[in-house]
Design a protein around this ligand. Structure first.
Ligand code: LLP
Length: 424
């Protein structure tokens, strides 16, 4: 192995010298390959299968363009994500608009833009949509978000009858669901397609998805056989785990896709469902592993119990360790062959004790100016970045075929002031 880490054939030392640090670096080929893999493996002979990229994981125009190029649909959750998708030239018909509290204006914007599908999250939103549609022409497809009472997070999942989640209508509220679907059918321009559910994020257990789909299957059967309501589409959400550290063992993609398609086919057959189309919404698992964050090492200090290594970013560009105690792996990217002899705590530069990127990792002895690569930061890094402590947001580069391309420029100090002092 060379001493310097290379991404897509380009040394990170060259990238740091050209674009500065902190820097989000993406291997474009890895993103595209993952998109293709989803398209290839999420397949059924019985059901039409559609993959939506959950853009919240990493929402920039270039990602939207890649999704479009690889024939994925898009999940957006706000007017801002919608705006980004439209600006990138995504066909509005391929956009699915989520969110538990879309504003009437966002709904209006979506309808105006010709967004293909709205995922209605609660009764009030459904009523708001019906009111808006009765004032206009055109058509919008609707999926109703239901809550199957399965909550999964990383290695555990639970099934509850009572769910206090802010998302979706509980499948136990059947009357409210039936009434809402009746409202949809009475409103010109609304095409009710079926249901959506999402049970959590970074899920490792295939049984969680099998349980979700079995519960949804029974629910669809009840609606179909008791009320004559046919759901032609079922979106089972995203949440597929990725490997952040060696402790993580995600379900391989072919098996994951097969688990979902087989479970849906089984429910269709078991209950004689009218189901024709199934959808999934991966976000993290499309983009997390294709990205890393490159930092420059600054000062170090030794305390009684810890060796701190400070980097030039932190919780402002990756909030996940502070927010979720998320674990990451890293390397000193210009000393890939040096023996790892120092038990190190990697901390950021933000004014908060919790700004620790990696609690404990073995690293080679290093010095100021060395480069630290934190792996698997491609999802929910840039998209959850902030200006805390007035740190400008880092640049984003995509590497493909040995070529680096800056797709988001580094913010300047002037960018931080943009929008202030408007009255003066
Ligand atoms: N669909 C819906 C309705 C969702 O709410 C989400 C994620 C996804 C799809 C995509 O899930 P994914 O495949 O990316 O796990 N900020 C957190 C993750 C929040 C996920 C929210 N919803 C994190 O950094 O771990």
């Amino acid at each position: 192995m060379e001493d310097v880490l290379r991404i897509g054939g380009v040394g990170v030392d060259v990238l740091a010298a050209t674009y500065g640090t902190p820097l989000y670096i993406y291997d474009q080929h890895a993103i595209e390959e993952r998109m293709e893999d989803y398209r290839r493996y999420f397949h059924s002979d019985v059901l039409h299968c559609e993959v939506l990229y959950a853009s919240k994981a990493f929402c920039i125009q270039e990602m939207m363009r890649l999704a479009k190029r690889h024939d994925l649909s898009l999940d957006v959750v706000s007017g801002g994500e919608l705006y980004t998708a439209l600006a990138a030239g995504v066909d509005p018909k391929r956009i699915y608009f989520h969110g538990n509290n879309k504003s009437p204006r966002e709904i209006e914007e979506a309808l105006q833009a010709g967004v293909g599908t709205l995922i209605v999250d609660n009764v009030m939103e459904g009523e708001c949509l019906c009111a808006q549609m009765s004032q206009r022409t055109g058509e919008v497809h609707v999926l109703l978000r239901v809550n199957p009472g399965v909550t999964a997070h990383t290695h555990e999942y639970i099934v509850t009858a009572h769910d206090d989640s802010k998302f979706g209508i509980s499948i136990h509220e059947q009357e409210a669901i039936v009434r809402l679907i009746e409202r949809f059918s009475q409103t010109a321009g609304i095409v009710f397609d079926g249901f959506h559910a999402h049970i959590g994020s970074q899920i490792f257990e295939r049984e969680a998805f099998e349980t979700e789909i079995a519960i949804l299957g029974r629910f669809l059967a009840e609606l179909q056989h008791t009320y004559g309501i046919e759901a032609h589409s079922l979106d089972v959400g995203g949440g597929f785990a990725v490997r952040y550290t060696d402790a993580d063992a995600p379900i391989p993609l072919p098996q994951l896709c097969q688990t979902i398609t087989a479970a849906c086919e089984r429910q269709k057959q078991l209950h004689g469902l009218a189901l024709e189309r199934i959808l999934i919404e991966p976000g993290r698992s499309i983009v997390a592993q294709a990205g890393l964050t490159l930092y420059t090492v600054g000062f170090q200090k030794q305390t009684a119990h810890r060796h701190y290594l400070f980097v030039d970013g932190g919780m402002s560009d990756n909030i996940r360790p502070a927010l979720y105690q998320a674990a990451y792996a890293c390397d000193v990217a210009n000393r890939m062959n040096d023996p790892k002899t120092v038990r190190t705590c990697v901390a950021g530069k933000c004014c908060e004790s919790g700004d620790v990127l990696i609690e404990e990792v073995m690293l080679p002895p290093c010095q100021a100016g060395d480069l630290l690569a934190v792996y698997t930061t491609g999802a929910y890094g840039f998209s959850m970045a902030s200006h805390y402590n007035r740190l400008p947001r880092p640049a984003v580069v995509f590497i493909k075929d040995g070529q680096a391309r800056c797709v988001v420029r580094r913010e300047s100090y002037a960018d931080l002031l943009r929008g202030e002092d408007v009255e003066t």
